[in-house]
Design a protein around this ligand. Sequence first.
Ligand SMILES: NC(=O)c1ccc[n+]([C@@H]2O[C@H](COP(=O)([O-])OP(=O)(O)OC[C@H]3O[C@@H](n4cnc5c(N)ncnc54)[C@H](OP(=O)(O)O)[C@@H]3O)[C@@H](O)[C@H]2O)c1
Length: 280
Amino acid sequence: MILITTPGKVGSEAARLLVERGAPVRMLARDPAKASALRQVGVDVVEGDLDAPATIDAAMRDVTGVVLVSPAVVAQELNVIASAARAGVGTVVKITSKASADSPIARQRGQAEIEAGLIASGVGYTLLRNNFYMQNFLMLAPAIAATGAFGSSAGPGLVGFVDTRDVAAVAAEIAASPGPHIGKTYRLTGPELLSYADVAAVLAKLLDRPIVFSERTIEEDKQAMMSVGVPEPIAAMNAHAVSLIAEGDAAWLSEDVPAILGRPARTFARFAADHAAAFS
Ligand SMILES: NC(=O)c1ccc[n+]([C@@H]2O[C@H](COP(=O)([O-])OP(=O)(O)OC[C@H]3O[C@@H](n4cnc5c(N)ncnc54)[C@H](OP(=O)(O)O)[C@@H]3O)[C@@H](O)[C@H]2O)c1
């Protein structure tokens, strides 16, 4: 049995892919109603909360592998790792980002603390350190559709955006056949480096109308995130992370997606075409 810790973008797609290949999958969900589509395709959806270790222990029954994906609150993910160690789980595939103990971004420091806790736990592990997600643009899609414009403090910085469907496919592949991947760290990216102006050009071509990218300040980014419901401290942290793109923080690519999946990583043009309705 493979346990996936949240039914978000990566967790839900990984669950679907594992079911397709015939693997037994359990999904921990704090609101099982949100995972009802997964239950319909055969996923064992169980109610639980990453703040409540007893619920994680209950979900860990008969589990041999875990896909650890969540908003990466340190105490919550360490709860999962401790539970996996108690249950004698073979492998944890950890979804992470550009983790670093001395990063100015709290989430990246937290990811480093979780990674260190996982390595120290003695449970087999694989780390998937991912670049920025293409799906982040879905949050901007209503504004892009309405105004034909979007802004960011990323400036002219380049990003190796990765599609969360590819992150999920890699996580599912490793969870299904962990052997060759134990103890390894992969860096997941798409196939190309793009600036936000390049993203605007891809969207303009797809939608056949002008899409304008404008540079804005970190404060403007933070306010924009708060206006769509992101809590203030998270908006401040995310805006800071985006501003570092301007300094080259996300200008990295790797061949790990095609190497693991045996096919190219999805391009931003493919992502945009698959979500054209959201941007239209
Ligand atoms: N966004 C990026 O560009 C990016 C890039 C690299 C790495 N990452 C990493 O990706 C991870 C986030 O993955 P994602 O984008 O797939 O997540 P997501 O789509 O934002 O989904 C998060 C899920 O966590 C659930 N959740 C939140 N708190 C919970 C709790 N206490 N107990 C149980 N479930 C809880 C949410 O449930 P509800 O629906 O009930 O809220 C939701 O299903 C983080 O580790 C992040 O650092 C993100």
